[in-house]
Ligand binder design. Structure first.
Ligand code: 3AL
Length: 172
């Protein structure tokens, strides 16, 4: 499902339509779409994703933490309850997180809880670029990082997720 709109079509959208279409390029954070819609015309899907990335980079520390907090845990409660956004559901499935063994599931839940307790925001990784095993490995490794390093790493992962979501919506 790569690309539904040509960039010319994106540039012809009104602000409201733009925000409606790109509302979840950052999970549960339509503010990014509102903030970049007046940067039209875009030359490509990557140009639009760059605008979203720049917006995220310019957020103050607290704003970055808030963005991370809007992400559901991987293989967490919302997944168990069928309450993920359709984007997150697809991403988590692509990493094979719906096929974890009970032991792996218990392990990821425990690591997610330790991570959240240490940093105050959830562990975020681009699930489409990783398989379950790499995610578990990443969680274990990243738990040892500093708060500053994880804020930066988490936001970089949000940018990767965002770029792939933009490319789902815009022909590239
Ligand atoms: N916690 C976390 O990383 N969640 C995100 N990752 C991803 O690829 N989609 C998500 O919802």
């Amino acid at each position: 499902m790569d690309g539904v709109l040509r960039v010319e079509e994106v540039n012809a959208l009104g602000n409201e339509q733009f925000v409606w279409i790109f509302n979840n390029i950052v999970e549960n954070y339509p503010q990014v779409a509102s903030a970049i819609c007046n940067q039209c015309p875009f030359t490509s899907a990557d140009h639009l994703a760059d605008a979203a990335s720049n917006y995220l980079d310019l957020l103050p520390i607290h704003g970055k933490e808030e963005v991370l907090k809007l992400h559901p845990d991987l293989a967490g409660r919302l997944a168990d309850e069928g309450k993920l956004t359709k984007d997150s559901l697809r991403e988590q499935k692509s990493a094979g997180l719906h096929n974890l063994t009970p032991e792996e599931k218990a392990q990821i839940k425990q690591l997610n809880a330790s991570y959240r307790e240490k940093f105050g925001f959830p562990f975020v990784i681009c699930a489409r670029e990783n398989k379950a095993e790499a995610i578990l490995q990443g969680l274990q490794t990243r738990l040892h990082n500093s708060h500053e390093k994880e804020l930066e790493t988490g936001i970089n992962e949000v940018k990767k997720i965002c770029r792939l979501r933009v490319k789902d919506l815009v022909l590239s």
